[in-house]
Write a protein that binds this ligand. Sequence first.
Ligand SMILES: Cc1cc2nc3c(=O)[nH]c(=O)nc-3n(C[C@H](O)[C@H](O)[C@H](O)COP(=O)(O)O)c2cc1C
Length: 261
Amino acid sequence: MKEIFALLKSHRSIRKYKPEPIPDDLLENILISARQAPTSSNIQAYSIIVVKDKEKKAKLAHLCGDQSYVASCPVFLAICPDLHRLQQVCELRGYKSNDRFIEMFIVAVVDAALVAQNILVASEASGLGVCMIGGIRNNPGQVCDLLKLPERVFPLMGICLGYPDHDPMVKPRLPDDVVIHREEYSDNNFAKLIKEYDSLIKATGLYDGPKRKVSSPDGREIPDDDYSWSEHTSRRVASTDPIALRDHMRRFLLDREFGLE
Ligand SMILES: Cc1cc2nc3c(=O)[nH]c(=O)nc-3n(C[C@H](O)[C@H](O)[C@H](O)COP(=O)(O)O)c2cc1C
């Protein structure tokens, strides 16, 4: 097993998997270990749906925006914030749950995200490759139907698991000084540091080729040389594309009985 710092620093998302199955005992061990993640007040407000069925994975791949690796990975996990179980617990004890506030929603989402990251780390430590899938929120209602999720449970993210069949690069992260602030928030040297990061990412070829670029929301065209992380990310953040924005999410959550007060 790799030393933990080396393991964390070597993370990269894997999108091609060998057909080789994941041994059941390994998968169980990953899930059980990951579930020791901290959880707000020990409420454990999430559920994990383990999907191995080929047909179901193919349907999910389509619903996740035609991401083929959702179908080709041997195991797909749907990570779901779950307030349904807590409501049932209240009923068992004769209480009416008062979960209409957005705080409870945040608690459930954070619990789910923490267990998801633990799954990623345990999997990578075991030689598996992982890709998290936010595309599961492209068509969340249909995913709920397919996985028979009750109200107050929704698919936050998917996780593809399998033995890696490619060796993509480890993507450099933003400079530490942009992200880590000492004692107080600071924008010092922001533009310079982002420019340096753009140069670093440009050199990796991450956004080379038209397929890897995002189109500009205002239709502007820029030289290839000027397209790097800040342009890519700005286009993503400034996007008006309803699919990228997933502008259905608020309505969807309200319809699933998540209180967002
Ligand atoms: C919550 C979340 C959702 C993601 N959704 C997708 C996805 O739908 N499809 C995909 O190919 N990658 C997805 N990713 C992977 C990111 O694109 C990836 O982590 C990021 O580009 C950094 O690359 P790296 O993981 O290789 O370091 C997701 C990652 C996270 C954390």
